[in-house]
Design a binder for this molecule. Structure first.
Ligand SMILES: [Zn+2]
Length: 316
């Protein structure tokens, strides 16, 4: 059977590991306010079960520490403990979830420190900071650089994302529709969520390959939402069907792109977009369903069956 071993070795060389598309999942705003379908404690439990069933070994949960104890966020600390026990990791998403553009670098770093003091004692803690709203200072380069230096001095690295499809907006539209007593086509909601995120992964990977000449390990931006708890298994299945390997957040943040700090006229958004902008690739450099006009129109038509609303939205 030596020939068989040789053939297998040959095939392994012919298909280098780098050709594999890889992606990790990250969930922001934990403990997030309730959505339209379940309470936050049931949501955490459902999300953990769904990730386990989908064999997602390690996702990252970015904690907004100031959300703890807020009405409507459930038993945040207990749910964070559940995520950690399930093998997931937690990291810093600030204390008060403000835009860097709206405050001084000093005050912003103090807010990060306040959150980190709470987070550091946890098992599963990772020294990553995710900017709320992915706002890294906008056009203020001095502030952007002050944050880059400040994070480095603290031993924190940027918990950047490389792919997104504005899941928070789909969640918000679904919650509003539920509240308004509208009929929601749950299968259509699932399909819209899944399809948007698979398309986003494909879009940003193609963009990254154009910039880097290779496919990096991606980090998908999601939020701790009801639709994630309901449909994450479907999303993972659809990603795998498109050739994606689900990797841990640790593996994704070990990719060399973590060392890149692009210089663009405006610092906000995905790392992929910033790298493409720095390299001079033409706009748009982001997935089209992050345009809320397009996303809202799709939601109205496909999930609510509202053709009139669709036409109205398109005319705006
Ligand atoms: Zn956030």
């Amino acid at each position: 059977m030596r020939w068989l071993a040789a053939l297998v070795a040959c095939l392994m060389i012919a298909v280098p590991a780098a050709a594999q598309k890889r992606i990790a999942l990250s969930f922001d705003d934990t403990p997030r306010h309730a959505g339209g379908f379940m309470d936050p404690d049931a949501r955490a439990e459902m999300l953990i079960k769904a990730l386990r069933k989908a064999k997602v070994k390690q996702a990252a949960f970015f904690v907004t520490v100031g959300n703890l104890g807020k009405p409507g966020t459930g038993d945040g600390a207990t749910n964070i403990a559940r995520y950690v026990v399930a093998g997931h990791v937690i990291a810093n998403h600030s204390y008060s979830h403000k835009r860097l553009s709206g405050m001084s670098a000093e005050a912003y770093l103090a807010d990060i420190d306040y959150a980190d003091a709470w987070l550091k004692g946890w098992g599963g803690y990772r020294p990553w900071f995710r900017f709320p709203f992915l706002d890294e200072g906008g056009k203020d380069k001095a502030k952007r650089d002050a944050l880059r230096d400040g994070l480095k001095a603290r031993g924190l690295s940027n918990g950047y994302v490389t792919a997104e499809a504005s899941d928070w907006n789909i969640e918000g539209l679904a919650a509003d529709a539920k509240k308004a007593g509208k009929t929601i086509d749950m299968k259509a909601l699932r399909d819209l969520y899944v399809e948007s995120h698979v398309e986003a992964a494909e879009y940003y990977d193609a963009l990254a390959v154009k910039v880097l000449g290779r496919s990096p390990a991606h980090v998908m931006l999601l939020h701790e939402t009801d639709i994630a708890a309901l449909f994450i298994g479907d999303l993972v299945k659809a990603l795998r069907a498109k050739g994606w390997e689900l990797v841990t957040a640790d593996a994704a943040y070990a990719d060399p792109i973590r060392l890149l700090h692009p210089d663009t006229p405006f610092a906000q958004g995905t790392l992929t977009e910033a790298l493409a902008w720095e390299k001079g690739l033409p706009a748009p450099r982001w997935y089209e369903r992050n345009d809320l006009k397009i996303a809202n129109s799709l939601f109205a038509r496909r999930v609510l069956g509202e053709r009139a609303a669709d036409a109205k939205a398109m005319a705006q």
